[in-house]
Design a protein. Sequence first.
Length: 170
Amino acid sequence: MSKIADAVETEADEYRQGADRPLGGYVVLMAIFSLLAGAAGAVAALRGTRARRISPYDLILVIAGTQKLARLLTKDSVTSPLRVPFTRYRGSGGPGEVMEEVRRDSSLRHAVGELLTCPFCLALWVASGFTVGLLFAPRFTRTVAAMLTAVTGADFLQLIYGRLQQAAEE
């Protein structure tokens, strides 16, 4: 086993090229994601839940809802307490958003910090949650996705309004 562990560590070091990459933490996150997805699939199979075709309407709701929830969880000022164990505050970002730096105390903390500060990374987890939600609780999932889609639309309108107001003042 020691030879295998040494070989894995050698490959990981060669891959990193001296960069701080939390490969062990990524493995843990992939395992958790796989276990959750597998558990959802197993429950669906045991209950006889059949996947339905996702309508274009549901797809639009899930796309916009995923974007907004991933952004809300990774960048919003109000959700920063969720990220405190994994990040450090570095300054203001976009409207209502913060910029944070990932803590690197351990491989797992680093990997979770990257996940919780990257809307692109977290989007897979959020979209998976919406997809599972459509399987088991479609009405509730559509309601949540519609609310998040409305907030996405409101955000765009706020930005447009701000730009128009700024242009009128100039």
